[in-house]
Structure formats: structure tokens, C-alpha cells
Design a protein around this ligand. Structure first.
Ligand code: WT7
Length: 663
């Protein structure tokens, strides 16, 4: 099944007027890792040479001679005759360079427990874990599912899998048993690494029971042979003898002797599932050499990382691509010292993040606009109680950052001086693609601005013609890049259809964008049926199919409506089956609550709709296509757009009256 493509016609173009700009301070520019603007044209002249140079900053057990093989587009091969061990690049290499005593991770548990882990210690733990996984039968080419809280063992598990040349599939701990099972099945994982539970919002949130439920679905019979359980929450859990093993018991049998083997650059490193425009999540496949090259290079350049002195903190959960590239692989490949925090920003109160920045002297801070807006709502008096003077670079990711949040971030968190890098990228791009460089770029709040050196991204019309400055269209990447998605796991055709069918050998990102008068890129949001809720990608189709799986639901339509805090919010419209008794439409509150709960149980709490409207009919064209655009207008309280193509124009009137009554 091929994914649908949206059109720009359906997308409002907007450009703030009179944009205020912020050039880099002279002192910042002088010390920046990248401060020669010539890097852009040099990289543009020969992007392959540029990336080869960046790749050579890694340690290769067998150097590559070929840079890019694009003979069979869209299946790229980077550095393919080279061999490397990704984990050794993140660990052993630094220890060998005498940096073993450098702190890799300052871990802060939500209840307040802390651990300081050096590169030598992390290396030792990964080696032991690699030996343990080998004894459990994991070897190159296998897939291991990881369903964990934000604790150091999650990093150890990922790197141990990578060290063996196997691929991990990390599933965000907020996903349901159904979602976890679908991902385990798709990847045919034989081992699941989980924890009893982790801390969230002041209490233990269980994980292992969800793994049990996932594996029991459909009467059991999954590919999984073993479940390895890290003790973290101390919560009571069920145990399946012969299948379940405690990490802390197993690991005692293994020492830290393990020499890393080199694997081909194109060896799979991980699969990460993301929502598409159909109900089935896509298994985005990333490989080793190119991925690590771009994750490390962008982490160093975009954040101006100085590994000897900086304390870096990215607040993303490891269950998302940001956690993969900018908590695990980028920072560790660069030998950075970073903070890892287990919990939520409001626990025990909204000062938690700022107290962590003060405590560890965080100098580079990377988070999402939705979090910034939530902090703005709470008020600047909270961060103002803390010493945030260590901050020197701020990052933003996940959705466009509205200029108001940008200014607050810079003023309140960045002392009015820290550069903000607004980084555009995707699960599929693997690493940052469009972003200011803090020592070079004159910042414009709200714009991600410039493709990275070696990246050729631009905006084209629906017909694929490049648009000029001052015009809008669709964002494309014109040349292959090292950390690009290699395929959708097990579905090459869907890979082709989703990203390449529209514009030939150019990658279609699914985002609308506009070039301003200076040629800077402004991202305008998705043009397909993908929503962005708190910087997380959700599919309308996936939530719709979860809803219709409920026995009381006949039909559903889901839209992403603008939301002040989360960017977009899930709003669902459902038609109930006639004469059903379990959901009493006379009591819409109870029915709505039951359906919200159902969606959360089917997909995960992140997909829980903000609102559900039970309606008698949905707006459809004469050919029966649901017009979600109109529902989105209604959900946002806007004037309803053109209804002339509807089979029954009265339907929208009824629905918008209904929505208005609830606002
Ligand atoms: C989609 C990718 C990349 C990690 C987080 C999300 C949107 C992401 C920005 C930004 C405007 C952004 C796009 C993109 N997006 N960063 N700086 N400005 N939009 O990864 O779940 O793969 O989602 O997030 O719409 O397509 P993801």
C-alpha cells in the first residue's frame, strides 16, 4: 500500500513580517568550531569529499575507498567497503586516547538518585553486556527489541547490541502492548530488553507487564525467546520461568574482556518505527558508517561542542530518533559529557530541569518547543530562581518554534545571549539536516534557516520545479546524505512509494516549507496525514483504525488541530454503531472517556485524543472521501472552508455547532 501525498494547495503559507535577526556575538564566533563561511561552498562543490573527510574522523578497522554508491537509487550505500565497530567508536576509542576518566553520563534519576559514569566504566559495562548477549545467542544480523526507561542501562543495551553487529529496535516506553508487539513481530526480534519499571511523575510506571501482555497477544507465539529485565522500579512483576532473566543476575557471570569486531559500513545499526500516513508504522532502517558520521559531525558543529569542557544535555527520550542520534550516538562518538535525566520536567516541581542545569553546569541544552511553551506557561519566575549562567548554546527540535517561544527561550534560559539552533530533521534523515550554525548564522526566530554543509535541501513546487526566494512549496533533499534511511524494514516498495515516487531521485520529506527573501528555509508543517503532537509524530490513519477497532465505533476521522502547548492535538470525530448499548451516546462524556482510554490502550498514551466528538455523520465528498480539512477547521474553531464539494453540505454545519458548544 502506498502512502498518500498531500498537496501544497491545502497548506496555508505564512511568514511573519519584519523579522528581527540576531547575528552571532564576536566572542562566540571567534571560538566556534565552525566559523569560516567557506565551509558551505566547499562542501557544496564536492559533498562526497566533504562527507568522506567527516567519516575519516571516526575510527575504521578497515578504511573505505568508495564514498557513495548511488547506482541503484533510492538505495544508497555510503563508505560500503569500509568496516567499523560503532560501539568501539563511542567507547573504546576514547579510552584508548586516554579519556577513560572523562564523565560520559551524569545520570539523574527522578527520585533523586544519581550515578556518574566515566567512559572507562561505560566501556566496561558495554563489554560485559556484549558478552552476556552473546551467551543469549545474539549475533550479527539479529534484532533486539529494547523497551526501557531513561536509565544508563538503556544506553548500555543499545551499544552492546551494536557492538555485536546486531540491530536494535527501541520502542518508546509509552507505547502500548499492541504497538510493542507489532514492532517485535515486524522486526522478528528474538530478545526483548526491558525493566521492571521506571520513574515518571513521582511514581513507578511499570514496563515489564506491558512486555508480558505484548508477548501474550494472539495466544502468544512470537519470535521472542528471552526477556532480559533490568531492575529499576522495584515494582512487583510476573515471571515466566525459562523466558525471563534478570539483567543483574546474568551479568555477574561476565567480565569486561571483549574485542570489538569491525562490521561493514552498511551493516544495519537500528530500526526505529515511526508513523506514516497508513495505519502501519514504518520501520526506518539506519546503518552504521554513514549514520555515525553525520550524527557525530552535526552534533559537533551545530551545538559547537567542546568535549573537554562542555556539559551537554538533550532532554529527548531514547525511544525517539532524537534520543538515538543526540543522546546516544552523536555525543558518545564525540566523547562528550552529558546529563541523562529519567523523569518529567514537573517532578517534583517545574524547577527540576533548571536545578539540573545549575547542578551539573549544563552548557548546551537541547529540547522541544512544546516543553518550552509549557515552561512559559508556568512562568519565568521558576527558571529565574536558578543559576543558568553555564548555558552557552540552546537547541530546539520537533516542530517549528514559534518566535514568541524562541524569544523566551533566549531571554530566560539563554541570558539573552545564547544562540538558538532550530534543527530540522526527521526519523528518516537520521541526523540534523537544516539548522543554523551558531558561530556563523544570523539567527531568525522561527526559521531553521540553512541546510548543513554537504546537505542539498530546497523547496520545490508540486511539479518539482525549484521555487524562488519568497515562495513556498514542498521540502526536498536533492542528493543522498550519509545518515539517510536505507529502506523501510521488509518493505522496499513502501520506501520507494513514500519518499521517492513523487520527485524521482529527490527525497520528499512530507513537509511544506518556504524560502524567504534571503533563501532561508521556514518549515510550515506536514502536508500529509501525519500529526505532530508535542514533537512526536502520529498518524491520523493509525488512530482512526484504533477507534474503529472499538466495538461501538462505526466510523472515525482524526485530525491534528492547533494547540497552544502541544503544537497540534489529536481531535477525533466518531460515528457510533446504531443501537449499540455499551457506549451510551446519551452520556457523551462517558463515551468520550471510554474511547480516549481505548486509543491510549491500543497505541499508547501519546495518542490519546484531546477531544472526541460523537457525531451522526462525517463530511464526505460525493465519492465518499472524508474531508478532514473541514474537520480541522471546526476543531480549531475557525470559519469552515469551502464545503461545495460535500455530498451533504449541512453535515459540517451540524458538526461545527457541536464543536462550538463544547469550546
Ligand atoms: C517531523 C519529523 C527530528 C526529531 C524529532 C521529530 C517536524 C522536526 C522540526 C523543526 C519544523 C520540525 C517535521 C518533520 N520537525 N523538527 N526544527 N522545525 N518542523 O522526528 O518524529 O521523525 O518527525 O517533525 O514536520 O517532518 P519525527
Amino acid at each position: 500500500m502506498s502512502d498518500q501525498h498531500g498537496t501544497i494547495e491545502s497548506h496555508p503559507l505564512q511568514q511573519p513580517e519584519g523579522v528581527e535577526t540576531f547575528p552571532p556575538a564576536d566572542a562566540f564566533r571567534a571560538q566556534a568550531n565552525v566559523n569560516d563561511p567557506g565551509v558551505y561552498w566547499r562542501a557544496a562543490e564536492d559533498p562526497e569529499a566533504y562527507w568522506a573527510e567527516r567519516a575519516r574522523q571516526l575510527a575504521w578497522s578497515k578504511p573505505f575507498t568508495e564514498i557513495l554508491d548511488w547506482s541503484n537509487p533510492p538505495f544508497a550505500k555510503w563508505f560500503q567497503d569500509g568496516e567499523l565497530n560503532v560501539a568501539a567508536n563511542c567507547l573504546d576509542r576514547h579510552v584508548a586516547a586516554g579519556l577513560g576518566e572523562r564523565v560520559a553520563i551524569h545520570f539523574e534519576g527522578e527520585p533523586g538518585d544519581t550515578r556518574t559514569i566515566t567512559y572507562a566504566e561505560l566501556t566496561h559495562e558495554v563489554k560485559r553486556a556484549a558478552n552476556m548477549l552473546t551467551s543469549l545467542g545474539v549475533s550479527a544480523g539479529d534484532r533486539v527489541a529494547i523497551y526501557m526507561p531513561m536509565i544508563p542501562e538503556t544506553v548500555v543495551a543499545m551499544l552492546a547490541v551494536a557492538r555485536l553487529g546486531a540491530a536494535h529496535s527501541v520502542v518508546f516506553g509509552g507505547f502500548s502492548a499492541e504497538s510493542l508487539r507489532a514492532r517485535i513481530d515486524d522486526a522478528q526480534a528474538e530478545l526483548v530488553i526491558t525493566a521492571d519499571g521506571g520513574y515518571r511523575k513521582g511514581r513507578v510506571s511499570a514496563l515489564k507487564p506491558t512486555v508480558d501482555d505484548a508477548l501474550a497477544l494472539g495466544g502468544g507465539g512470537s519470535s521472542v525467546r528471552r526477556v532480559l529485565v533490568v531492575e529499576r522500579g522495584g515494582n512487583e512483576i510476573a515471571w515466566t520461568e525459562g523466558r525471563d532473566l534478570w539483567w543483574h543476575e546474568e551479568i555477574t557471570a561476565f567480565d569486561g574482556d571483549h574485542s570489538p569486531q569491525g562490521f561493514p559500513a552498511e551493516n544495519p545499526l537500528f530500526i526505529l518505527y515511526t508513523s506514516g500516513t497508513t495505519g502501519k508504522p514504518k520501520g526506518i532502517l539506519h546503518t552504521s558508517g554513514g549514520y555515525l558520521t553525520q550524527a557525530a559531525a552535526t552534533h559537533r558543529d551545530v551545538f559547537d561542542l567542546k568535549p573537554e569542557t562542555d556539559v551537554y544535555w538533550c532532554t529527548a527520550d531514547i525511544g525517539w530518533i532524537t534520543g538515538h542520534s543526540y543522546v546516544v550516538y552523536g555525543p558518545l562518538a564525540n566523547g562528550a559529557t552529558q546529563v541523562m535525566y529519567e523523569g518529567t520536567p514537573e517532578t517534583p516541581d517545574w524547577g527540576r530541569w533548571w536545578s539540573i542545569i545549575q547542578k551539573y553546569g549544563v552548557s548546551i541544552f537541547y529540547t522541544a518547543p512544546t516543553a518550552i511553551r509549557a515552561c512559559m506557561k508556568v512562568g519565568r519566575q521558576v527558571p529565574e530562581q536558578y543559576d543558568l549562567s553555564s548555558i552557552r548554546v540552546l537547541g530546539s527540535v520537533g516542530e517549528p518554534i514559534n518566535p514568541e517561544a524562541w524569544r523566551w527561550y533566549r531571554e530566560v534560559i539563554g541570558a539573552g545571549t545564547a544562540p538558538i539552533v532550530d534543527t530540522w530533521w526527521q526519523t528518516e534523515t537520521g541526523a540534523i539536516m537544516i539548522s543554523p550554525l551558531p558561530g556563523l548564522t544570523t539567527l531568525k526566530p522561527g526559521s531553521a534557516q540553512v541546510p548543513q554543509p554537504g546537505i542539498s535541501a530546497t523547496v520545490v513546487s508540486e511539479e518539482g520545479e525549484p521555487v524562488g526566494n519568497g515562495q513556498g512549496g514542498l521540502l526536498v533533499v536533492q542528493r543522498p546524505w550519509p545518515s539517510m534511511v536505507r529502506t523501510i524494514w521488509g518493505d522496499d516498495q513502501r520506501f520507494i512509494d513514500t519518499y521517492w515516487a513523487k520527485f524521482g531521485d529527490r527525497y520528499f520529506a512530507g513537509d511544506g516549507a518556504r524560502l524567504d527573501e534571503d533563501g532561508d528555509v521556514w518549515l510550515l508543517g506536514r502536508v500529509d496525514d501525519v500529526m505532530n503532537v508535542s514533537g512526536h509524530r502520529l498518524s491520523t490513519a493509525e488512530i482512526e483504525s484504533a477507534l474503529v477497532e472499538h466495538h461501538a465505533v462505526a466510523e472515525s476521522a482524526v485530525v491534528g488541530a492547533d494547540d497552544e502547548t502541544t503544537g497540534q492535538a489529536v481531535v477525533a470525530f466518531v460515528i457510533l454503531k446504531s443501537q449499540q448499548t455499551l457506549l451510551d451516546a446519551e452520556d457523551p462524556d462517558a463515551a468520550e472517556a471510554a474511547l480516549k482510554k481505548h486509543v491510549a490502550a491500543q497505541i499508547g498514551a501519546i495518542a490519546r485524543p484531546r477531544q472526541i466528538f460523537i457525531v451522526a455523520e462525517l463530511p464526505k465528498t460525493r465519492s465518499g472521501k472524508i474531508m478532514r480539512r473541514l474537520l480541522k477547521d471546526a476543531a480549531e474553531g475557525k470559519e469552515i472552508g469551502d464545503t461545495t464539494t460535500l455530498a451533504d453540505t449541512m453535515v459540517m454545519q451540524t458538526i461545527s455547532d457541536r464543536v462550538r458548544a463544547e469550546r
